[in-house]
Design a binder for this molecule. Structure first.
Ligand code: ADQ
Length: 490
């Protein structure tokens, strides 16, 4: 079983000569001005939520875009600040970007091109050459910051996600003592989907600058290898899952990401979570209602309208649940500068209003929509109060909400309803699996979840908890580090 301590030991034993550097677009802690104070928040991002415990264990430096309104005020002369605020285990080095750069590199190329390209949810990607040029330029800005942190030392650079596909080659061109791994947090689509990208060669070539490339599941790894095979002149070894291109070899493997099971299981039992549950019950007038939850960034990949329609259908088909069921949709607005996200926000607002006005009575409404960022304590409280949690992603790399729900269920009850098209479904097959496009199927599955006897809930939940406990976030990081060390010694 991997723990924070055993991961720390692994890093000490295997990487002691190396500086450990994580690079991502999103920063793990954001400082914002709130009224007259500076407040530090943890963003709603699966990537940062997963990697923070790894950095707490490993120490080192995390390089990321400084996006908070007060970020510049808390850094030193080299743009660094120690985080987490209470324990200060590692350094956060902030990279500054102009509004124009953020528009084109982040909202543009990353989220209007690569995001819809890799998620097959029938949203057409935009291909804009200006965005692409800015994306290249911003990758260079990140490379400069990372190289500055490393100096001439040996370093293990762990690059995150689709915002930084060109980084590894930029780093290695300047410092050959760098080893790099990159983890792709979203799905990799089939080659027919990827080949429409006018810059596919540059992106694939960029990613193959890494020594190790990780995906959540073997299916995404296989799609990637197939894409490379059809696009670049290269040699693929399907025994070792490696790609040799020019004079460099990249190993490509699945590493299913996870959460800090022990920490969540411990935190949900703290008095502040109990107090929050009491406060929430009072605020929303709950006594013996059946509570369902959905908990997401507002994104068109997460299938939020589909699940709300399923709640509507359930109540139409089984009116006995009227006044008995309350579904809480917690949702943090995300990428709101992009038109498709604005439209989705409007669609959800309208749906909630329509469904509530169709079913509500004087003292009850079926859906409570909480559209804001919530603290971990509040999220844990909802996870504990829920009879069922719906994760209905139309396509998702992994989905940590599912694993957080399981980790929170210290009482071993509760039912997870999980999309077959989320990477998490490969592991968590004791959940009730759904096709998220089939509203009728979701509605019937909610019915099954509500009616499931406690003994059966426990049987399934125990198995789920066992899996998430064993395949925790420390194991994910340890597997990547172990693989990298193996590659280094080949
Ligand atoms: P995301 O698409 O960001 O991650 P996910 O894995 O579901 O998605 O994580 C979302 C995180 O945001 C969770 O930790 C959740 O608790 C939190 N959150 C949701 N709503 C919130 C709210 N209202 N307030 C505060 N926090 C909230 C990407 C990929 C995923 C992959 C992760 C990690 O899209 O497939 O699982 O990276 O690799």
């Amino acid at each position: 079983m991997w723990t924070q301590d055993s991961l720390q030991q692994l890093v000490r034993d295997q990487l002691s000569d190396y500086l450990f550097v994580v690079v991502s677009n999103r920063e793990p802690y954001i400082h914002n001005h709130v009224n007259d104070k500076i407040e530090c928040i943890v963003p709603a991002s699966g990537l940062t939520v997963a990697l923070d415990p790894v950095m707490r264990a490993c120490g080192g430096t995390w390089v990321a875009h400084g996006s908070g309104t007060a970020d510049r005020e808390v850094v030193d002369a080299r743009n660094r600040v120690l985080v987490p605020p209470d324990t200060q285990n590692y350094t956060l080095r902030r990279v500054w970007l102009t509004e124009n750069e953020v528009d084109k590199y982040y909202f543009g190329f990353s989220n209007e091109t690569l995001w819809p390209l890799c998620h097959i949810v029938y949203q057409r990607p935009e291909f804009n050459v200006d965005d692409w040029n800015t994306y290249k330029y911003v990758n260079r800005l990140f490379a400069d910051a990372v190289l500055d942190e490393i100096g001439g030392r040996k370093a293990f650079v762990f690059i995150q996600d689709y915002h930084l596909t060109l980084l590894s080659r930029m780093l290695k061109a300047k410092n050959h003592r760098i080893i790099s791994a990159q983890f792709w947090h979203i799905p990799w689509p089939n080659r027919e989907a990827f080949r429409i990208c006018p810059w596919q060669n540059e992106i694939l070539y960029g990613l193959l600058g890494n020594d190790l490339l990780g995906f959540h599941i073997a299916y995404h790894r296989n799609n990637f290898l197939d894409t490379v095979d059809r696009t670049l002149e290269c040699r693929i070894d399907y025994e070792r899952f490696s790609v040799s291109h020019a004079d460099h070899t990249t190993f490509v493997s699945p590493f299913p990401i996870s959460v800090d099971f022990d920490r969540i299981s411990e935190n949900v039992q703290k008095p502040e979570v109990e107090q929050e549950m009491t406060a929430l019950k009072k605020k929303y007038g709950l006594s013996n209602e059946i509570v369902g939850i959905g908990l997401d960034r507002i994104d068109y990949t997460k299938g939020i309208p589909e699940r709300l329609k399923a709640v509507d259908l359930l109540l139409t088909r089984y009116p006995k649940y009227k006044k008995k069921l309350v579904f809480f949709q917690l949702a943090e607005p995300s990428r709101i500068k992009i038109k498709k996200y604005q439209d989705l926000n409007d669609e959800i607002d309208n749906l909630v209003e329509q469904i509530n006005s169709k079913h509500q009575t004087t003292d009850w409404k079926p859906i409570t929509y909480i559209k804001e960022h919530k603290s971990p304590v509040t999220l844990r409280a909802f996870n504990r109060m829920a009879r069922f949690c719906i994760v209905s992603s139309l396509h998702d790399g992994m989905n940590l909400v599912a694993k957080e729900f399981v980790s929170s269920r210290v009482d071993e009850t509760g039912v997870l309803i999980l999309s077959r098209f989320a990477g998490a479904a490969r592991e968590l097959d004791e959940a009730l699996l759904i096709n998220p496009y089939a509203v009728d199927e979701i509605a019937e599955t909610i019915y099954t979840a509500i009616e499931m006897p406690v003994e059966l809930q426990k049987k399934r939940m125990l198995r789920l908890r066992h899996k998430v406990c064993e395949n925790n976030i420390y194991r994910w990081a340890a597997d990547i580090i172990t693989e990298l060390v193996k590659i280094e010694s080949i």
